[in-house]
Design a protein around this ligand. Structure first.
Ligand code: FE2
Ligand code: FE2
Length: 290
């Protein structure tokens, strides 16, 4: 049976796959006093499902888990699909949230891309907005939510206190491995983020699918868009090269389009299809290995 017609729900405690983003609160760099107050209190307002999601994520994302998932997925033997087919495949993933007010996965992607386009950014960045969450098809390969979304963080070294819900790391077996709990852990200082194993999820997966076709700035946006401890909190500089630091500026530039384009008008997917299919064809071959 063609499983692109089967609607599936992501397995895990989140009612909406993007709910984990509510744990961030407003940007800590905002200078508005009320926003700062809200930021301090955000944890008391987070839904129980989000807290449970982070408990599972922090408990199970070990170095061994990340390496195992990389062995499984980076061989890219799951499927052969075009970018457009992957968008349609992702759209079969349906959350428990209200379909009248919440956007489908394709709508989120197009809304993000349209906001980037409206601000006059280059075509590669519009395309980045369009595809940045396609790695969420991991849910359709039956990965649980905690192995697909959520803030990412380095494994194999000490956890930053600025990762959301850092107290949940006591349940992670790696927190009891002395070698993994020094500041650099298994890495050397300024080794470069490319050498660092981040918790596994949709960002890293998509990066490997598309890495031969997009400029470095775009690839940084895709690979690190959930790495909030670095791009929002400024942590883990001791593992970065100068070029990583420069690339994170691009990730920061991308982030508002991902977070705050939600809630704008619903994009007219039909009317935008030709524009986006042309844009995809400009950068990608007809078929990709997933
Ligand atoms: Fe994402
Ligand atoms: Fe997104």
């Amino acid at each position: 049976m063609d499983d692109s017609s089967v609607v599936r729900r992501p397995a895990g405690p989140l009612t909406d796959l993007d709910d984990w983003e509510s744990a961030h609160g407003p940007s800590p760099h905002s200078d508005s006093a009320s926003v700062q107050g809200e930021f301090r209190d955000y944890r008391t307002n987070v839904r129980p499902g989000v807290i449970e999601f982070y408990r599972l994520n922090h408990k199970f994302q070990t170095l061994d888990f990340v390496l195992e998932k990389k062995r499984e997925y980076l061989a890219r033997t799951k499927r052969t699909m075009s970018i457009w087919q992957a968008m349609e495949f992702l759209n079969t993933l349906v959350d428990n949230s209200d379909p009248d007010t919440d956007l489908s996965q394709i709508e989120h992607l197009m809304q993000c891309a349209e906001a980037i386009r409206a601000d006059g950014h280059p075509r590669w960045m519009i395309l980045t907005g369009l595809i940045h969450d396609l790695g969420k098809i991991l849910c359709l390969f039956d990965e649980p939510q905690w192995a697909v979304v959520g803030d990412t963080f380095p494994v194999g070294c000490r956890y930053s206190e600025k990762i959301v819900f850092p107290e949940f790391f006591v349940e992670n077996p790696d927190s009891h491995v002395a070698e993994y709990q020094t500041q650099c852990g298994i890495y050397s200082e300024h080794c470069g983020l490319d050498q660092v194993q981040l918790s596994w999820g949709h960002d890293e997966y998509l990066y490997h699918v598309v890495k031969d076709y997009l400029p470095a700035e775009s690839l940084a946006m895709i690979r690190y868009h959930s790495f909030y401890p670095a791009h929002r909190e400024g942590e883990y500089r001791h593992l970065m090269t100068e070029s990583d630091v420069a690339m994170l500026e691009w990730v920061r530039r991308f982030n508002p389009y991902d977070l705050y384009s939600k809630g704008h008008d619903r994009p007219d997917v039909g009317a935008l299809t030709t524009f986006y299919q042309d844009l995809i064809a400009e950068f990608f071959p007809p078929m990709l290995s997933w």
